[in-house]
Design a protein around this ligand. Sequence first.
Ligand SMILES: [Zn+2]
Length: 199
Amino acid sequence: MPTGWSRLTRACSGPSFAKARRAAEPQAVRRPQDFTSRRRRMAVVRTLTTTRPKRPLWRCPKCGHRFVTANVWHSCGRYRIAEHFRGKPAVVRQAFNAFVGLARSCGPVTVYAQKTRIVIQARVRFAGGRPLGDHFRAALWLRRRASHRRLTRIESFGSLGYGHYFRLESPADIDRELEALMREAYDIGRQEHGGATGA
Ligand SMILES: [Zn+2]
C-alpha cells in the first residue's frame, strides 16, 4: 500500500475526521427547517440569487498582469503587442484592432501580449489570438458550439465550454454575428454565470 494512501486512510478514519463529521451533522439535520416559514424561505432565496461581491484580482508582481487566482501559472513576461505584428501586412493589425474594439464595446477589458499570443481579459481571459501570415487568428471562449462564416476550428474545454477560432483577414470580417458571439464570451470573462475560475 503506498504511503500516501495509508496516510489518507488514517486521516479519514482518525479522530479529527470523526469530529469534523459530527460538526457537519447538526447542520444537515437543521437545514430542512430553514424552509418552514415563508420569511426564512425568502431569505434563503435572496441569499442564493444575490450576486456576491467579487474578489479583487491578484496582480503578478513581475509582469503586472491580473488574475482571479493568486500565483496562478501564466506565461510571465513583458511582451509587446507590436512585436506580434512585425513584418505582417497592415490589414492584419487592422483586423486585430477591430476585434479588440469589439471586445471593448462590451465593457472594460485588458489586452496584453504573451510570448505566443495576445490575450483579452475582463476578470478572466475570454478572447485573444495571434497573427498568422495574412490573417489574425482570433479566439473566443464560448459555453456552446457556435457557427460563423469565419470560424475555422472549435476546441472543447470539457465542462467549461469551447474555444472558437476565427480567420480574420480584414476589419470587414467583424460582423453582427461575431459581435453577438463576443458578447457571449464577454459574459464568461466577467464571470457573470460562474464556472470560470481559471485565469
Ligand atoms: Zn507574471
